[in-house]
Design a protein around this ligand. Structure first.
Ligand code: BGC
Length: 738
């Protein structure tokens, strides 16, 4: 529709119709032919409000979305199509590894393809918007939503944020999905890693470390933004004018749609920020939150605010305009189904090509953390006992794969069977994934449902015994262990980050058999593996690896694939270190450089400062040598560039992919800078014994930081450049910026 016609449409709408465009309700409201009375009553909104609501949350499927759209449009005075929005966070039906695994690929180009495929599947299925990517910087593994983040580094996160948005929106307007980047902003820094908690930080820190990934998503063209649940320096983001209007809309020129997070407008009251829903609605709308997701606020309060003269109707018009424009840009007025159909679903969803890409992503996401005596890859002629609760488990998708097809998941056993015959493969579950009933109860499971997932004491003992007997038959034990799906993701904050106790107990028993143990770790966050590590010969961090997880793992374990994943979030040594990240400040008393006597340094007296496994860390089956770090010049003019180079040599007789990482340290600055900051990386594929030179161009932008005035600045002086395999790299070269 032409823009002038769209304006005419806006001008012809009643206030109720306008407000309808600003309300989002979930599928339960649309399931019956008539409006469902139950959910409507529960939410406390009128039947009319439901009938005029302009967008739908988390309903998928061509058939269902067509049905709802048809019923909705019927008899409407102004037939403005509904828009369907869903959480399609790391795959629609074909599921990729969780984003923390995607971060470990260090391969934004590949992830762009994965998100394009995801958009294609979801588009066919009648969706127009996804609440993705989630780009919150995550440095505290207690926070369950670390699962949804690509990790702890602003540069790496920004690269992924941009690639994900591009992948989703590549085929717009006709195909593809609109990307709604979330959760703006600094949600990953909630105090104590506790879900829905408060965030407090200086503006300088916010701008330098926390905002860049959202900015990268907006610059890549994300058409929507979701405001986050947390307060930021005392002001809940959903009513935070400074963040939403001044920074997002004015500074970054974002003119798309802002949606609240689930029920967050009403929660402004619970925060103690608004005295009632009416004030909450005014604060949110004036902060330019356009759509109210699942709260009664806009539906009940906007009209009285206008009629009582407390809110200028033009503010509602502006919000409605942005929503109408989005619908129009997607062509919904011409085709409310946007070409989605059941035939298209059959053609585009879970195709062999899409599964193949998921397998590639899953392979690249896995991180080899330990490989003592080159235990891996495994010899196919060895007898292997595959033990542990994840041995033949289909739930390898993780908590946010809400539309994923669990039955279609390749289990670890399925994958192993492609390499081993029944004479060489013995399997036993050994124990449940999780036996802590209170965690299941907190998920709303009743006693009967819990009894289905937690075995009786007798069965547990039998399972344990069976595992030990099975392990005795083999040369090597592969222990498939990990967190339960419900232990991470939204509302999955944890205070203890070890494997569940029952799994640790089984591992203890297995380790007494004196056979080599390979640990496959399934998790939605960096777990603390400090006590486990000495008991096993090898560790593969597999995350929740997605639909093709079992195949990808088997290819790595049996050596068809050489691991190339590198951690994008540190694995702590102990919970007491959290939050932990590589790009710390040196402090006045660094353990590395201070001359104070050893107690009076910046450290713990009972645990080390360093994580168990650092950011950027990961092994492969090849040894790669780094040599000859050099700079094209020792002096750099402000207007110039400089080249930093290094030679990397594959010392092994198999192909390998090395993630060459470049870090910079600004040695002295008016605002203290981290000991190292990632500024570039390259995935380099090397043939056996091959050497390649990797070059990084150093420019002024890479050397900039937020000054005391919170504006980007560059200061002359000395900089160190580190190039190596992970953030522990010590070799550096120095140049002077003039
Ligand atoms: C989550 C969001 C999600 C929304 C809609 C909220 O609880 O925080 O990430 O997009 O629900 O499902």
């Amino acid at each position: 529709m032409e823009e002038s016609k769209l304006r005419e449409l806006l001008n012809s709408l009643s206030i109720e119709e306008k407000i309808g465009q600003l309300i989002q309700l979930s599928g339960e409201f649309f399931s019956a032919k008539d409006i469902s009375v139950g959910p409507q009553k529960k939410l406390g909104i009128t039947k009319d409000a439901v009938e005029l609501c302009g967008s739908v949350l988390n309903v998928v499927g061509a058939k269902e979305t067509h049905r709802i759209q048809d019923a909705y449009l019927k008899g409407k005075k102004h037939p403005i199509p509904l828009i369907f929005m869903s959480d399609i966070v790391y795959g629609f039906r074909t599921i990729y590894p969780i984003p923390l695994g995607l971060g470990a690929t260090w391969n934004p180009d590949l992830i762009q393809k994965a998100y394009r495929n995801t958009a294609e599947e979801a588009y066919a299925s009648g969706n127009q918007v996804t609440f993705a990517p989630m780009v919150d910087l995550a440095r505290d593994a207690r926070w369950g939503r670390s699962l949804e983040s690509t990790g702890e580094d602003p540069y790496l996160n920004s690269r992924f944020a941009a690639s994900m948005v591009k992948g989703l929106q590549e085929d717009l307007p006709k195909y593809g999905l609109v990307s709604c980047v979330k959760h703006f902003a600094a949600y990953g820094a909630v105090e104590s890693g506790r879900e829905y908690n408060a965030t407090d930080m200086s503006e300088n820190r916010l701008r330098q470390y926390y905002l860049p990934s959202y900015k990268a998503a907006v610059d890549a063209g994300a058409k929507m933004v979701m405001s986050s649940f947390n307060t930021l320096n005392g002001v809940p983001v959903t009513g935070n004018k400074w963040l939403l209007k001044d920074i997002l809309r004015k500074e970054w020129n974002f003119d798309g749609v802002i949606i609240s997070d689930y029920a967050a407008i009403a929660e402004l009251v619970a925060h103690g920020f608004a005295k009632d829903n009416q004030e909450a609605s005014k604060l949110a709308l004036e902060a330019t939150v356009d759509i109210d997701m699942k709260s009664p606020c806009y539906a009940n309060e906007l009209k009285p605010l206008v009629t009582e003269g407390k809110l200028d109707e033009s503010k509602i018009d502006n919000a409605v305009w942005r929503v109408l424009k989005l619908k129009n840009d997607l062509g919904l007025f011409e085709d409310p189904y946007r070409g989605s159909s059941e035939e298209l679903e059959k053609k585009l969803i879970m195709t062999p090509e899409k599964r193949e890409l998921a397998k590639k992503v899953s392979t690249e996401a896995m991180v080899l953390l330990k490989n003592e005596n080159n235990m891996l890859p495994l010899d196919k002629n060895k007898k292997v006992a595959l033990i542990g609760p994840y041995e033949n488990e289909h739930e390898l998708l993780g908590l946010w794969a809400v539309h994923g097809d669990r039955k279609a998941t390749v289990t670890i056993e399925d994958g192993f069977k492609k390499y081993l015959n029944s004479d060489n493969l013995f399997t036993s579950k050994g124990t449940d994934i999780l036996r802590n009933k209170s965690i299941f109860r907190s998920m709303g499971l009743n006693s009967e449902q819990i009894d289905h997932v937690v075995s009786s004491k007798e069965i547990e003992e039998k399972n344990n015994e069976d595992a030990i007997e099975t392990a005795r038959k083999a040369d090597i034990i592969v222990f498939a262990a990990g967190e339960h799906t419900i232990e991470s993701g939204e509302a999955g904050s944890r205070g203890n980050l070890t494997l569940p106790d029952n799994q640790l107990e089984l591992l203890d028993k297995l380790s007494k058999l004196n056979k080599p143990i390979i640990l496959i770790c399934i998790s939605g966050r960096p777990l603390i593996l400090t006590d486990v590590e000495p008991k096993v010969s090898a560790i593969i961090e597999a995350w929740f690896p997605g639909t093709e997880g079992g195949n990808a793992l088997a290819d790595i374990i049996f050596g068809k694939s050489n691991p190339s994943g590198r951690l994008s979030m540190s694995f702590p040594y102990a919970v007491g270190q959290l939050p932990i990240y590589y790009s710390q400040f040196s402090t006045g008393r660094s353990v590395k450089t201070s001359t104070h006597s050893s107690r009076f340094m910046s450290k713990y007296i009972d645990i080390p400062n360093d994580p168990l496994y650092s950011f950027g860390y990961g092994l492969s089956y090849s040894k790669v040598k780094y040599s000859n770090l050099r700079l094209s010049s020792k002096e750099l003019e402000m207007t110039d560039n400089l080249i930093a180079s290094i030679d990397v040599t594959n010392m092994s007789d198999r192909n390998t992919t090395e993630v060459v990482q470049m870090y910079i340290q600004d040695k002295f600055a008016s605002v203290v800078q981290p000991v190292k900051s990632l500024k570039g990386f390259e995935r380099v594929t090397l043939n056996p014994n091959e050497t390649k030179t990797v070059n990084f161009e150093i420019n002024k932008k890479m050397l900039s930081f937020y000054g005391l005035d919170n504006k980007l600045t560059v200061e002359p002086g000395e900089f160190n450049i580190f190039i190596g395999p992970n953030s522990d790299v010590e070799d550096f070269a120095t140049f002077n910026l003039k």
